[in-house]
Design a protein around this ligand. Sequence first.
Ligand SMILES: [Fe+2]
Length: 177
Amino acid sequence: MATAKAKVPKPTATKTKSIKPDLGLNDEQQQIVVNILKPLLADETVLYIKLRNFHWNVTGPQFQPLHALFENQYDELADIIDEVAERIRQHGENAPGTLVEFQKLARLTEQPGVYPDARTMIANALADHEALVRQIRQDIDVIDDDADEAGSEDLLTGILQKHQKMAWMLRAHLEGQ
Ligand SMILES: [Fe+2]
C-alpha cells in the first residue's frame, strides 16, 4: 500500500552563520520583543487558517458576501504574518515556520471537525480579532515599558488597527441580522 510520507533529505548543516544585529538594544530587550512576536505569529496563523476554513465552508443566503469577506480578511492576515515573521528575523532570531511550533505557541484555539452556521462563524472570528486587539495593546505597553523599541511598537500599532477594523466589519454583520 502506498504511503503519503515524503522522503525528506536530512539537513547537511545544523548551523548557519548569523550576524548579531547592532540596533542599540541589549539581549534582554531583543528577547522581550521576540518573545512577544513569536506567539503573535502563531495566533495570526491560527486565525488565518480559521478564516480560510470559514471561506471554504460557509453556507446560507449570505454565502457570497461572507465567502468574499473571509477571503479579504485572510489576505490581510497573510500580510500581517509576513511582517511579524520578518520582524523576528530583524531582531536576529529564526521565525517559527512549522505547524508544530505554531500549535505550541498559539493562544487562540480551533474547533477541528466543527462546521458552524454562518452567524456562529462570524462571532467566532470576531472573538479572535477582539482577543488579538486586547493582547496586542498589552504587548505594545510591555515593549514600550521594558524594551523601549519604537520600531516594533509601531508595527504592532498598525496590526492592532487592522484587527480593530476587521472586528468592526464582522460586528456590523452580526448587528444587521
Ligand atoms: Fe477561494
